[in-house]
Design a protein around this ligand. Sequence first.
Ligand code: UGA
Length: 437
Amino acid sequence: MPYRVTVIGTGYLGITHAACMADLGYEVLGLDVDADKIRRLNSGELPIHEPGLEPVLRRGLESGRLRFTTSYEEVAAFGDVHFVCVGTPQKRGEYAADTTYLDNAVEFLAPLLDRECLVVGKSTVPVGTAERLADKLARLAPAGSQAELAWNPEFLREGFAVEDTLHPDRIVLGVRSERAEKRLREVYEPLGEVPIVVTDFATAELVKTAANAFLATKISFINAMAEVCEAAHADVGLLSEALSYDDRIGGRYLNAGLGFGGGCLPKDIRAFMARAGELGADQALTFLREVDAINMRRRARMVDLARELAGGSFHGCTVGVLGAAFKPNSDDIRDSPALAVAVTIGHQGGQVTVYDPIALDNARKAHPELNYGESAVEAVRGAHVVLLLTEWQEFVQLDPVELGAVVAARRIVDGRNALNAGMWRSAGWHYRALGRP
Ligand code: UGA
């Protein structure tokens, strides 16, 4: 493999990218400012839950092609291609994205770049960021024009990170020179036949935010239909199924329920609106305000439905919550709809006990005020109402008869339209779901 690769920032994206690049045969050096994380990664321990990633990480470490460091000097000396994968969270009290980590990474790296190399941004950013960082790089790098920037957004989903990295739908290359394009095409060649779209910086940045905005809109569309279904006594599950057979619409991201959360979709649509406002194009994205509002209303509706089942008040009511992660197969609780609902019910006087197969530790740290159970059965023992808020397979397969024996009252709200309603009803449960009669 001709190029040596570095990966700056070891979150979900960075760890996956580093491990997968090593798996493809590259020599890879990963960097993070968190020394403890680097120590754990170097010993083969994943700081996150991501199915299938640990073996890839271990393989990389054992082959000697992958290691991790906290030293920018080492990274600068090592790499021909530097992938920047740091986070761009929502600013506190604002919609805009905080690009401080990205600016810091370039400010640390650039003054050390004294030879020919390519710096490749993968983080999700407000359009215009790449241009700004390119100027910074040109100003700070001793290598001058020999150190060039490119923008290559990432579309991986948590829970499928390895699969999405090794078998992407498409690769987007925002470049300013043939040299940059050629190098990135070579780097991704081991992935085989993948459609590649070559663009300018701004388009590459926008592809990512547009993709997430579209997915969020699709989810909020079906959740808006769920609201109408509830009012009209119709069934959003059947509605969604019927829509899905039209391949112009398609069935993916059309599951009605508690809506989207996580570290990406919610903050990305908000950052997109903020950036459009700065550019004077805010009218183009006012619909995203509605997308966000529909999404947040699902959480409120869930609390209302639970309160209704509890008899009009949560006081003296025990609520068993199944799920804390923002989606199944993840331990990520960032902006988790499940936890938001649990916390609100707690504030309204309910005694809430939460269980999640993987995200329990993270939930406990973030919300020590809630109670936690070590199993689904333990979380719902004595409950007056049970809420299914994250559709883990383990929950979908729960036996309504067995669970019915430990609760105080057989009442369940299926926040993800994931359970077999007939089965639960015939086991004597009062079953309710968002958007279904
Ligand atoms: C999302 C995008 O899907 C990725 O393509 C993108 O790369 C990533 O953000 C990112 O920007 O880094 P992710 O946040 O891992 O990926 O989660 P998704 O699988 O897209 O799910 C997002 C949320 O939507 C979850 O809370 C999920 O429960 C919810 N969802 C999804 C629904 O409520 N209904 C659906 O039909 C689908």
